[in-house]
Write a protein that binds this ligand. Sequence first.
Ligand SMILES: NC(=O)c1ccc[n+]([C@@H]2O[C@H](COP(=O)([O-])OP(=O)(O)OC[C@H]3O[C@@H](n4cnc5c(N)ncnc54)[C@H](O)[C@@H]3O)[C@@H](O)[C@H]2O)c1
Length: 408
Amino acid sequence: MKSSLLIPPAVRADGAFSRPPEASLTWTDPVTGHQGFLVIDRLVRGLSSGGLRMRQGCTYEEVRDLAAGMSVKEALHYDPSNRYLPMGGAKGGIDCDPHSDEARGVLSRFLAFIRPYVDQHWATGDDLGTTTELIEEVLGELGVEGCIAPVVRTLDDPAAARKRFAEAFAVDVDGIALAELVGGCGVAEAVLTVLDRDGVPRPSATAAVQGFGAMGGATARFLAAAGIRVVAISDVHGTVANPRGLAVEDMLHHRGAFGSIDRGRLGPDDILLDRDDCLSFPTDVLVPAATSYTIHEANQARVAARYVVEAANVPVTAAAEQELRRRGCVVIPDVVANSGTNAWWWWTLFGDVAPGAAASLAKVRGSLRALVTETLEFAGEAVCTPREAARHIADARRELLLHRLGER
Ligand SMILES: NC(=O)c1ccc[n+]([C@@H]2O[C@H](COP(=O)([O-])OP(=O)(O)OC[C@H]3O[C@@H](n4cnc5c(N)ncnc54)[C@H](O)[C@@H]3O)[C@@H](O)[C@H]2O)c1
């Protein structure tokens, strides 16, 4: 049994793939000198999916890693009973402070440069430092139909699909947009699945969340609602902690722009700590939900949790993950844990889920529970990491999809 599950040598434990991306480019802004990157890891039906991020310090390597991860996320969600036909993975990144005065101009010139891809091959959306609204606005000025136009064109009834999509994006659940909640709902379900499998009772389970933006905030909300004590949350300025549990909904209510915690509205017992103290606060679960590479060789020893469930993309470096694993810590990879957002966009557009909150959250929960269970079972049988298991499952599903599409 085990020999049939051997991981093929093409998949490496450090997160890289042996094959090069299908297309990649580095652009230098002629006005400011900022650089932008586009990596199309794979095309399926000529299409790829993945967000566009903007942050000071963004690198080509980061964008390449993220694009490869998107290919895995897409393939993992191939289900022949859905209408959604997964695409390849891609990612865009711009090395520029998104809050600077020059950011909008840089974004506009970058999108103008890569216009043929956005027009035909790359369905994109928000990521760190961007919003879908802003990207849509800039594309509109450039005369491009919109972020997801290449996919919409392939659908039988594009008008109905766009209507469903707009309806879903208008849904708000207790002050937070459904589109912002689905990702964290999936991450929380991944946490609950690993705890349930290991028999950790919810009332005694604790979690720390690094980052309090879209992903961190939503994950904290769903964890707290499920009865998990969220005892530490950090933002870019530091950590707020309370061993008896933080008042997550109050913190969300007073959350500032860019995911900042309002330190003037904390509970009397809440304590203020340094930013990385979030990692070492004693908990069962750590959810990194900030930027990429926040857990690295130099700080991985501080991680106290038994489970790291990745809400951010590539928050743990390959070297740090090896060390965590050696210490018995289970890392549920980003490509599985945070895949709910990407899948939900396409389920909604293709018509696999109605635009309301109840149906959407139920589908995210069901899919993530099944995916985490399958990943952990495979990892157990093949004696590999959950990340390797996820890639193997994705490769197998992609092959099925490509055969169905006649691309094999
Ligand atoms: N938004 C989504 O639906 C989605 C989906 C999948 C993956 N992701 C990934 O999740 C991550 C977070 O995305 P987001 O949309 O929540 O971003 P965001 O900008 O909304 O929030 C980022 C949060 O991280 C905090 N932060 C930044 N650096 C930090 C540090 N070193 N330590 C602690 N906190 C820090 C910020 O203060 C903020 O609270 C990114 O890697 C993104 O690619 C997001």
